[in-house]
Design a protein around this ligand. Structure first.
Ligand SMILES: NC(=O)C1=CN([C@@H]2O[C@H](COP(=O)(O)OP(=O)(O)OC[C@H]3O[C@@H](n4cnc5c(N)ncnc54)[C@H](OP(=O)(O)O)[C@@H]3O)[C@@H](O)[C@H]2O)C=CC1
Ligand SMILES: O=C(O)[C@@H]1CCC=N1
Length: 263
């Protein structure tokens, strides 16, 4: 495994790091994390046992460098790293909208990969999309796959699908949490204690997702098996359709793709 550097360790960086460190395939001593604030860097070192720094010298010390910073700071951060980043670094970028062409233009790196992970990486259940540029070697691809599969599932996709991947995997945990909250609110209306309602809603989502993945059945078939004729589920389903549930989800993901294209 390559020496891994992280520039930024916020929500997504720390989720990946938590997944990688828990799996145990990479020694924390082979990981170095840059966080500008000393207090934050110290907290990362204390939690994960990795090396930390408050400047971006990490770039020169890593063979595989993860850019886990917001797209809005890319230009300034990459400019500051121009000397440190070159053909020796395999650059992994997480930001929507920052294309392979942009990254090649903004750095002297030749080997570049875009990743679109999601925060369930923190519990080893991430879904990561991977886009390699042409210069990535077979060894690079293996190293990237070893890295991303240490915190969940991963698939290589063509770059034109990354906005869809951003919506359906990168962002969708937020939408699923919203769905869980809404279901819990309904149970609270009926008198269920809130903490219990979150557990019920989350377990129902977890179990349903597992059924889709493990049964191989079409989601509609699984849905039909829940809807007893003349029963409760179909009554609720009708109300959801009337309220535009499917359409709301499609519009939400489409708005996400549109934003990703224009970041
Ligand atoms: N959050 C998510 O679910 C997902 C995020 N992504 C992508 O991952 C990237 C990171 O997002 P996210 O983790 O949410 O963002 P966060 O803001 O949570 O984390 C970014 C971290 O980088 C730090 N930082 C800022 N400037 C620098 C710098 N110059 N050098 C080093 N570190 C710096 C920030 O510190 P400070 O806060 O002190 O400024 C912060 O801790 C983004 O490109 C995002 O689009 C992709 C998939 C999912
Ligand atoms: O909201 C965002 O832009 C980032 C990218 C995917 C998830 N979070």
């Amino acid at each position: 495994m390559y020496k891994i550097g992280f520039i930024g360790c916020g929500n997504m960086g720390s989720a990946m790091l938590r997944g990688v460190v828990s799996k145990g395939d990479v020694a924390p001593s082979d990981i170095i994390v840059a966080e500008p604030l000393q207090e934050k860097a110290d907290a990362v070192a204390a939690e994960f046992g990795v090396n930390v720094t408050t400047d971006n010298t990490v770039a020169a010390q890593s063979e595989l460098l993860v850019l886990a910073i917001k797209p809005q700071v890319y230009a300034v951060v990459l400019e500051g790293l121009s000397e440190a980043l070159g053909p020796d670094t395999l650059l992994l970028s997480l930001a929507p909208g920052k294309t392979l062409a942009y990254l090649a233009e903004a750095t002297k790196c030749t080997r570049i990969t875009r990743l679109m992970p999601n925060t369930p990486a923190a519990v080893g259940e991430g879904m990561t999309s991977v886009v390699y540029n042409d210069a990535c070697t077979e060894a690079d691809k293996q190293a990237v796959m070893d890295f991303v599969t240490s915190f969940g599932r991963a698939q290589v996709i063509p770059e034109h699908l990354i906005d869809a991947a951003t919506a359906i995997a990168g962002c969708s945990p937020a939408y699923v949490y919203m769905f869980i909250e809404a279901m819990a609110d309904a149970a609270v209306i009926e008198g269920m204690p809130r903490a219990q309602a979150y557990q019920y809603a989350a377990q129902a989502v977890l179990g349903s997702a597992k059924m889709v993945i493990e049964s191989g059945k079409h989601p509609a078939e699984l849905k039909d098996a829940v809807c007893s004729p003349g029963g409760t589920t179909i009554a609720g389903l009708r109300a959801l359709e009337k309220a535009g549930f499917r359409s709301a989800v499609i519009e939400g993901l489409e708005a996400t793709c549109e934003k990703a294209r224009n970041l």
